[in-house]
Ligand binder design. Sequence first.
Ligand SMILES: Nc1ncnc2c1ncn2[C@@H]1O[C@H](COP(=O)(O)OP(=O)(O)O)[C@@H](O)[C@H]1O
Ligand SMILES: [Mg+2]
Length: 326
Amino acid sequence: MTESVDDPAGASADDGAVIRTRALTKRYRGGQLAVDGLDLTVPAGSVFGFLGPNGSGKTTTIRMLMGLIEPTAGSARVLGHPMPRAARVVLPHVGALIEGPALYGFLSGRDNLLRYDAADPTADPRSRRARVTAALERVGLTAAAGKKAKAYSLGMKQRLGLAAALLQPRRLLVLDEPTNGLDPQGMREIRSLVRELAAEGTTVFLSSHLLDEIEQVCTHAAVMAQGRLIVQGPVADLAAGARGRLVVTTPDPADAARVLKEQGVVDVVPAEDRVSAEAPPADRDLADLNSALVTAGVRVRGFAVERASLEDAFVALTGEGFDVAG
Ligand SMILES: Nc1ncnc2c1ncn2[C@@H]1O[C@H](COP(=O)(O)OP(=O)(O)O)[C@@H](O)[C@H]1O
Ligand SMILES: [Mg+2]
């Protein structure tokens, strides 16, 4: 049977999902369980953040999705087709940047891309130079295009790998920690590039161990810890799942803390000029809480519920902090 990515039956089988895995599992030789029963659904058109601390199984998952390694158990479908079996029909529609892009150090950035493009049998040689020039421009490497790749910084190598993934228009981009090695300005540039690509209709799947990066650019996210999926869904829903913090700004923090506890508020943490606590449930009228404080003589300068971040959600789900340093 020949498989075609445009085959409507193939796409509808996954309900519009661009990536779908079922109980996907990888145990490396030596017994390390790197990915454990992963059920992942990446909707078409999303910017999907695959979030987890170092060692949580992100790269292993991506390598299975791209058909670079075989799962130990379970299955993965990309663009409606099983991987790695349909790799030959799927991969031409997928641009990928995976940990440590393979570059020829002795070639310039431009020559690396020319070579990469020439290895693609579907790429028209007549438009090769124009494609390479456009890709270099897109990732901000035009000025450094003539330099040997071995003289590139980690961030520049990362950009060159990204340029290679962008030579052709793609339905799906898979980027493994694309901002690794970049300075804050470089990270901003990658974020705006990702938004641009998404606006053009490309689904972007990107991994990161940085929470705020995912919050800034992604529409959807999945959170991994120790090879297991903790939660996935629209970023707004994930953050909403965790309660925000009630913050009372006051010169009387001890009194305020006492009153809040009397009112049944939990996780009350007094500080020098404020008290924070778990935000009360939605059915509790905040005006009553505020008036209880004022009636008890607490001088209230500020009274607000701060929106929960993805980090609050992560802490609530795992009971631990997000281990950024890995
Ligand atoms: N080739 C390999 N052989 C054995 N263990 C590996 C290999 N690659 C990764 N691992 C282990 O699998 C786990 C997940 O690693 P990885 O997928 O690289 O996580 P992440 O990309 O989230 O940092 C880690 O414990 C790592 O040490
Ligand atoms: Mg990794």
